[in-house]
Ligand binder design. Structure first.
Ligand SMILES: [Zn+2]
Ligand SMILES: [Zn+2]
Length: 230
């Protein structure tokens, strides 16, 4: 191979980083045509690479093959918006929204906004990388960590922030869901703070389950929901 033709795994990592860079700077995914031009390969090769990145869980494609999730970034509304100085992101879930100000240089503080799924009350916080935002609201995560990747968009869609535990209970009763776990805003903020560390750069590898459990333990999340022993 010549220097202009990267090894397939390098190409995959280049494409992954370009997608993340574009999401970080502009709040949206680059198109297949743009990626093909940047990488000097044809569009079919990009489509193939996106499929490989989807299989290795570096991103999630929707049914049409568009990028739906590149955690913590998203191509559609998952209930949260995140507004930085000059960029507006779909914030993904509660976890992802709180992660963006930590991950993207210059994005702290960002205005994170959502509505309570229990009663539609709007909520917003200035989320910074230095300290958790004040607030009595609670996050509710429906799907235990061991099952997140059974259906990751369902899991993300159900990591939301509510007014309080009463609103969580009302929403659970209305939707017929079983309670997952409740987090205070400071705990959510700690969970989000370093979870995606390194993801915008080359050589990032998603955390394996044992390493993830160590991280959850460090930020104070103990129990079966998190896969950490009580
Ligand atoms: Zn509410
Ligand atoms: Zn999410």
């Amino acid at each position: 191979m010549t220097a202009a033709t990267p090894e397939p795994e390098d190409l995959l990592e280049q494409i992954r980083v370009r997608i993340y860079e574009r999401f970080a700077s502009d709040g949206r995914a680059p198109g297949v045509g743009e990626l093909a031009m940047q990488s000097n390969v044809d569009e079919a090769e990009i489509v193939h690479a996106l499929g490989a990145l989807h299989r290795e869980r570096s991103l999630v494609l929707d049914e049409r093959g568009d990028i739906e999730l590149a955690h913590p970034f998203d191509g559609r509304d998952f209930g949260f918006s995140v507004k930085g100085g000059d960029t507006l992101w779909w914030g993904g879930c509660a976890w992802d929204s709180f992660a963006i100000p930590h991950l993207v240089p210059g994005a702290s503080p960002a205005l994170v906004a959502t509505t309570c799924p229990g009663c539609d009350t709007p909520h917003a916080w200035n989320v910074s990388a230095s300290s958790p935002p004040p607030g009595p609201q609670v996050a509710h995560f429906l799907v235990p960590m061991a099952h997140v990747w059974d259906d990751v968009t369902h899991a993300c869609d159900n990591q939301r922030i509510f007014c309080d535990e009463r609103c969580v209970a009302a929403w659970l009763a209305r939707t017929g869901n079983t309670k997952g776990t409740i987090l205070s805003l400071p705990t959510l903020w700690r969970l989000a703070s370093r979870w995606y560390e390194g993801r915008l750069g080359y050589g990032y590898r998603p955390r394996q389950p044992e390493v993830a459990a160590d991280y959850f333990r460090e930020v104070g999340l103990i129990g079966a929901f998190w896969g950490t022993a009580v």
